[in-house]
Every structure is written in C-alpha cells, then in structure tokens.
Ligand binder design. Structure first.
Ligand SMILES: CC(=O)CC(=O)O
Length: 685
C-alpha cells in the first residue's frame, strides 16, 4: 500500500547525505488480515459516522487526528469507554498558541486511573500473572482479588495519612504488590514513582530525595542470574540518605528463601502488617478520588546520565487516554488478551504494561534475567500462559539471535499475535530473525516514545503491513514530523523528531520546577512552542513508516553532513567479530568541526581489531551509506557504557572525547567504563 503522504519532489531528490543508506522500498514482512474486524477500523467508521467524514484508511485517520485534535481525543475517550464521574464541560483543549502554555485538557471532567483499571471485578478472570527467575509456579490474581487487595492497601495508606498529592514510591521488583500499591495510591490521588532494585543507591537517592515520598514500598531480596541477592542493605542506605522523609517502609517478602525482617529497617513494617493497619476502616468499596484530567499520576525520571534526573510528572487523564489509544486502537487488545512486557518498575514500559488492566486484559509480570535458566525462559512463559502480545527490547531480540535460540522450534506460539520491540531501534536483520525463527504470522511492532511522554510517538498498528526495518506508523493524535529547521518538515530526508500539536500525555510539569524553566529547556528550546524530542528520524514517503536514527544531540555532523549513529550500528551489527559498538562525534578545531569515531568492543572469538576488519568495515560503510559516513577513527574499546534501561550512553562519551569532564550519574550500569574514553592518544588533535 502506498501512503498518501504529500512529498515535495525536490525534497526527496535533494542532494543530502541524510538518509542515503535508507531504503525507501523495504521488503514487506507481514500483511494484516481481516482488518474490518480490527478496533482501528471500527474506530475509523465510528469517527466517520459521528463527524460525517469519509476517512478511507489509516493515513486519512492519522491526518484527521492531528488536524482536529479536539474531536479526535473526544472520540478516543468515547470509543475506549473512559470511566469518569463527571463529564468535561468546556473545550477538550486549547489548540491554538504555543504547545508549552500548559493546556488544560477536558476541563471540568473528574476521573480516576485506578477506577478505570479496576472496572472488571470478575473472580474468574485473571488480572495479573506474576513470575520470574527461580519462581516455580506463577502467582495469579483474579480481577476480584486484585480489587480486594487494592482496597486493603488503600485503607492502610489512608490510615498512614496518605492524601491526594502525596508521593508514594517503590524501590521494588516487578511484582504484584508493586501494581497493587500503585493502584491504591492512584485511587487516593497520590502520585506513584518507582525505581527497580538494580538501581544503585546513588541513583535512587538522586530521584527520591527530589520528590520526598511519604511511603516507600520495597522487597527483602531479588533474584538475578540464578541466585537471590539481599536488597535490605541497599534499602537501608537509601533510607539514610532520605534522612527521615519517609514515614513508613513497607517490606515485601518477595524472595521466600531470604529473611524478611522489617524490624531491621528504619520505620519498617511488613506487607501483611501494613495491610492489617487499615482494617479498622469498615469500607467494603474503594473510594476513587474524582480528579481533574491533569492531576498527577506518576513521576518518572529522565535518565540523567550526566546530571540529576529530571522529575517528569504525568497526568491521570493523559496516561489513561494515551495508553488506551495505544492498546485498544493500535494494538487491537482487549479482555481476550494476555499482555507481557519485559521490563522493570524503573522503565516507563512498566507503566505501559499496567495500563493493560484498563482493557480488562491479563498482564504478565516477570522479574529477573530473561536468559535464566536458559534462553527459552520467556518463551516457555509465552507458551504456558498463552501470551498474545509480547513486548521486549531490541537488545533482547539480538541476544536471543546471538544465542542461536529459535523459539519456533521449541514452542507452540499459536495465540501470539504481536511482538513489540523498543529501547533502541530494531535493526532490519532482527525483523528477519523474528519472522523466520519466532513466528511468521504476527505483527512485529517496533515502537518508540519514551519516559518524557510515558507512551509512544510512532508505533504498531494492527491494520497496516510491517516493512523490514521500519516502525509502522506515526501514532494517532501525534503530529510527528522530521524537521530540518524551524517549520521545515521533510519526508524522505532525515531530521529532528518534533511533535507540532498538543497531545494529552505531555508531562503536566516537572517536579521542583516552579517557573517551568527545566521543562521548557527540555523540550521547547530548539523550536519555540513546538515539542522537540531530541531524536533524529526519517519518514519513508512510500510506506509512511519511520526509522529512528539515534539521538539528535548524538547526531554525527562531520563536514556539515548530518546523520544518525543508528545508520552505522546497522552495518556494524552484521559483523560477528564485533560484540558491540559506540559511534560518536568528536568536536575538533576549537568546536568548529567534528569527526566521527567508532569504538568497537570485540567478540570473544575475535579479540583483536585487525587492519583487515577496519578496511572491510570502511568499504562496507562507504558502499552502503556514503564516503562521508566513514568514521575518521575506528578504535577498539573494552567496554561500552549503558544505562540501566539498556541505552548506549553516547553523549557522555562524546563530551569526554571532546575534552570535557563528565560526572557519571547513578543511572549507568557500568559508570567506570567512561574512564576508558579519557585522553585517548589516537584522538589527540
Ligand atoms: C517506548 C520507548 O521509547 C521506550 C524507550 O526506549 O525508553
């Protein structure tokens, strides 16, 4: 299918290295069947009838969704059956003027996220399946049992003095109690914020000290790589740093084989004792605080690889509406689905997963290594629990391929209809792997968005084909464009990812940012009044698909030619001699020019970086991309820095090799690796 994107011919033919190596005619990997039955189609028909339109396909619908912002979001609200105690009384949103004037959405409406997640009270319908490493049998919680647990927890929270606007935090494994505590907090109008136990104590303090939580939920221990690890030691260090801010610490006996002594933790109480503390409240039904759309639901944190993380506040209504749009319309998910997402509680994909409850679907939580006891760990789960939608990271799919594990040879994956991949761009070869070694007939949705919006900009779509290497589409309601400069959108040429119309899951504000200075600097400095996301992107004029090329601030710019690091990674990743790579620019000539440096971490079986390999790579890059893409230096490194959420840390390395000193934050898994990049003889000018 050819998308009706209007393209200026001159633009596509422009002599520009940007996007040269990108294929505007990619192979179609999958075609959806029976699209009439899909929610996206039904929604389009609903919109046509309601507004007397004749939108014929997804492309038409997307255009309408970003032109008629008010009617679009009102239609999503109605179609996905948002539960609210009061309807909105006025405009859906003010759409004129700059985007950074903090628009009020659905003025007058009152709603509660937890109420929307707990509408199903069925005792026979599983809400949560929870499992992980060394857990013999998954735990299951029905919707009725989930409601009961949230009720008890909310009563205990109220007894502990939690009120609307208080922060409730979790330094917590991906377990049922995390979801229960989050929903209980949300029912009260308190604000949930979580980090995962693998975060170092400095990283956690950098986050929680800023938001001063009243309650902290945590676990006694975690299991990773086949053995239990005590968590209480780290928890105590965090509590010392929080210096009395937290009024109660609720300790969950997550690993049964490990001690769970709440008396060893300052202000500690066990999960059971905490629940008991609310029993004097006779309520048998949850009280869902009726909240304005913009009321805070979550605080998430920017990765802050070089400074203190920013505390990004997301709204009740924004999260609910956006996630329902993504799951129901784009994913075609509903109560019949079992949604799995490999994530920790410290990644926004956890929040995304939990929103599966708002559909009445079953969600699957998993804690621990996805490769223990073996590479089939998650696929056994997919098979036994009949997972229908499986979310993971591009890195995991690569690791699975490297381990030469072929799920289709070991598992019946009959019910699986979708795989989602995120965290970093999904390279074209991974599409081949998924379709040949996992399952041929499924939607492989490469999806992208992030913490800043706790959702997606460009995503999967159940009514569109999947093309090799591409994200299927720009999401409904998200006016994503590639800009080469202010008001200069391009198609078929790479540019900065912007979103040029208001959308409801824009953060409502940053915590401790009363003048909104940090907020505006984060998204609105580059293009005043227009959301600049900091990614570098290419939109295919033929398919409407998207390719992410890396971070804009990591964009490579040698001799004035701009391109993204992902273009280089796509080539390097095809070499089995190379275990990993990092491609960054080094600023030279007093900052007036830049040269590209490619660092390679060698595979175990090929420990030395040989002249032959360098030569092969250079020729490959020259032929597949252009001579201007060939790095000035290709150097061996012993380690590549990563964030805990699996992202390569390009900017810090770029700064270091350009002569700056960088103080690593607690977000890096391997902060010591940054030392490898200081004062490299070959890079002295
Ligand atoms: C959806 C995403 O974009 C997730 C991420 O990469 O953080």
């Amino acid at each position: 299918m050819t998308m009706a994107i209007t393209v200026d011919q001159d633009q596509t033919q422009q002599q520009d290295a940007a996007g040269q190596g990108l294929n505007a005619n990619p192979t179609k990997m999958w075609e959806p069947s029976n699209i009439e039955s899909k929610e996206m189609t039904k929604f389009r028909i609903f919109v046509n009838q309601k507004h007397n339109l004749s939108l014929a396909n997804y492309d038409d619908l997307w255009k309408w969704s970003v032109d008629d912002v008010e009617n679009f979001w009102a239609a999503v609200w109605e179609y996905t059956k948002v539960i609210s105690s009061t309807q909105w009384t006025n405009k859906v949103v003010e759409t004129t003027g700059p985007m950074d004037n903090f628009p009020t959405w659905f003025e007058g409406a009152r709603l509660n996220y937890a109420e929307n997640a707990l509408w199903c009270r069925d005792a026979h319908k599983t809400a949560i399946i929870s499992t992980g490493e060394l857990q013999a049998t998954p735990k299951r919680l029905s919707y009725a049992a989930l409601y009961e647990q949230v009720l008890k927890t909310a009563k205990a929270m109220r007894a502990a003095g939690v009120v609307k606007g208080d922060r409730v935090a979790g330094y917590i494994a991906n377990c049922v109690e995390a979801v229960i505590a989050m929903l209980a907090a949300a029912s009260i109008g308190a604000i949930w914020s979580s980090t995962s136990p693998d975060f170092g104590t400095v990283g956690v303090l950098d986050r929680f000290a800023q938001i001063r939580p009243k309650l902290l939920f945590s676990v006694n221990a975690v299991v990773y790589n086949g053995r239990p690890h005590d968590h209480v030691g780290k928890l105590k260090t965090v509590l010392e740093g929080l210096d009395g801010m937290v009024e109660k610490v609720i300790l969950i006996p997550f690993v049964e084989s490990m001690p769970c002594d709440a008396s060893a933790v300052p202000k500690g109480i066990t999960w059971d004792a905490f629940l008991k503390s609310g029993e004097s409240d006779p309520a048998t039904e949850l009280t869902f605080e009726p909240l304005p759309f913009n009321h805070p639901l979550y605080i998430l944190f920017s990765s802050g690889t070089t400074g203190k993380p920013k505390c990004i506040v997301h709204s009740v209504g924004g999260m609910l509406l956006q996630h329902k749009k993504e799951h129901v319309l784009h994913g075609n998910l509903g109560p019949q689905d079992t949604l799995f997402q490999y994530t920790t509680t410290g990644w926004m994909m956890w929040n995304w997963l939990v929103s599966g409850l708002t559909l009445g679907a079953t969600i699957v939580l998993f804690d621990g290594s996805p490769f223990k006891p073996g590479p089939g760990a998650l696929w056994e789960l997919v098979e036994s629990e009949q997972v229908t939608a499986f979310g993971t990271s591009a890195k995991y799919l690569q690791a699975l391929e490297d381990a030469q594990y072929k799920p289709k040879e070991h598992h019946g994956l009959k019910k699986l209809h979708s795989i989602y991949s995120t965290g970093s761009p999904l390279k074209p070869e991974s599409f081949d792997f998924v379709y040949s070694q996992i399952k041929q007939d499924l939607l492989l949705g490469s999806i992208t968005g992030g913490t800043d919006i706790c959702s997606l900009f460009a995503s999967h779509c159940a009514v569109l084909p999947v093309y090799r290497g591409e994200i299927q589409c720009r999401s409904l309601g998200m006016k994503i464009e590639a800009w080469r400069g202010p008001e200069d959108p391009v198609v078929g040429i790479s540019g900065d990812l912007v979103c040029s119309r208001v959308f409801p899951c824009m953060p409502v504000y940053f915590w401790n940012d009363p003048e909104h200075a940090k907020y505006k600097a984060a998204y609105f400095d580059n293009y005043p009044g227009v959301w600049y996301h900091g990614d570098y992107v290419w939109i295919n004029p033929n398919t409407g698909g998207i390719i992410m090329l890396g971070r804009s601030d990591g964009t490579l710019n040698p001799n004035g030619v701009r391109f993204g690091s992902a273009e280089i990674y796509n080539i390097v990743d095809t070499y089995s001699e190379i275990a990993d790579s990092l491609c960054v620019g080094q600023s030279i000539s007093g900052g007036t020019d830049e040269r590209v440096v490619l660092f390679l971490k060698m595979a175990d079986h090929y420990p030395e970086l040989t002249a032959d390999l360098i030569q092969r790579l250079k020729v490959h890059i020259r032929n597949q991309l252009s001579p201007r893409h060939v790095p000035a230096f290709i150097l061996k490194t012993d380690d590549i820095p990563y964030t805990i959420n699996g992202k390569k840390v390009e900017i810090a390395v770029k700064k270091i090799i350009s002569g700056k000193k960088v103080v690593p934050s607690g977000t890096l898994v391997n902060p010591e690796s940054l030392n490898l990049y200081y004062d490299i003889p070959a890079l002295r000018e």
